[in-house]
Design a protein. Structure first.
Length: 266
């Protein structure tokens, strides 16, 4: 009976993988082909919803949604309000039901964050992290549930866990270049190094081919969260610069996150 249960579990996982995981095959585009859109300033859509499938060892285990809720005026400046929700899928929620909601407010001109909130829910217990940025004073106020407020020194390139994606979507970046910035998290300012590579071609299961720029992010923060110091990302090589594919090798195996609603790329 126990063997049957294990076989049934493996069957369910395999069926889930076949049904929901977008299949990706990477092929390099000739280096002679240059990208001319990624290094130009962009503009975010006021209403955008990006759905991702999170997989571990090739087995879909969770979902991630990042949504632009529009622009809000705070003080005399305009900010993109961006919300992300992450958690396990229905099957894995039986064993590991942790859910996150993350919010950031990104200046529509500078791309810098104003405030950041992270809510964690697990078995009825809720925790919240809040960060309020003061870029004029080069400081951020950090607070976590049941912990005292803390002032964190920041520099002009400081971001939060979510805003840095939108900073580069707004400002653009150049291929074959190294970028350094910081992310404020858990009461600290963590250094991040991003090495942007050249054009690649992503072939998806539906036969569609998408040109992307690859980037390798290195940081002790990635190691703190994922157990690996490096994360590879692939971003659409057009004016939208939508993140399409992330992959990281953790101590427990390879994990990846793949955009599932491909219509958002059109």
């Amino acid at each position: 009976m126990r063997r049957f249960k294990y076989l049934f579990l493996i069957f369910l996982l395999a069926m889930t993988a076949c049904a929901y995981r977008p299949r990706i095959v990477m092929q390099c585009v000739p280096l002679a082909k240059q990208c001319t859109t990624i290094n130009k300033p962009g503009k975010l859509s006021l209403v955008e919803k990006l759905n991702y499938v999170v997989s571990w060892h090739g087995i879909p285990s969770g979902r991630l949604t990042i949504e632009t809720k529009g622009i809000e005026t705070i003080g005399n400046r305009n900010y993109y309000h961006i919300v992300a929700n992450a958690g396990p899928n229905d099957f894995f929620a039986i064993f590991f039901n942790i859910k996150y909601t993350v919010e950031t407010y990104v200046d529509s001109d500078t791309g810098l964050p104003l405030k950041f909130y992270r809510n964690k829910s697990h078995r009825g217990k809720k925790e919240q992290e809040a960060i309020i940025f003061d870029h004029n004073a080069n400081s951020a106020t950090w607070e976590y549930t049941h912990k005292a407020k803390k002032s964190v020194k920041i520099d002009e390139n400081s971001q939060d866990l979510l805003s840095f994606l939108y900073y580069f979507r707004l400002k653009g970046f150049a291929s074959d270049k190294l970028y350094n910035f910081n992310i404020v998290y858990d009461g600290k300012s963590w250094p991040v190094q991003m090495k942007v590579d050249n054009l690649h071609l992503l072939k998806l299961r539906n036969g569609k081919c998408i040109e992307v720029i690859s980037a390798e992010l290195t940081s002790p923060l990635i190691s703190e969260i994922m157990g690996s110091s490096k994360l590879n990302a692939y971003v659409g090589a057009d004016a939208k610069r939508i993140p399409i594919f992330f992959t990281v090798k953790t101590k427990m195996g390879e994990a990846d996150t793949v955009l599932s609603n491909l219509d958002s790329l059109d």
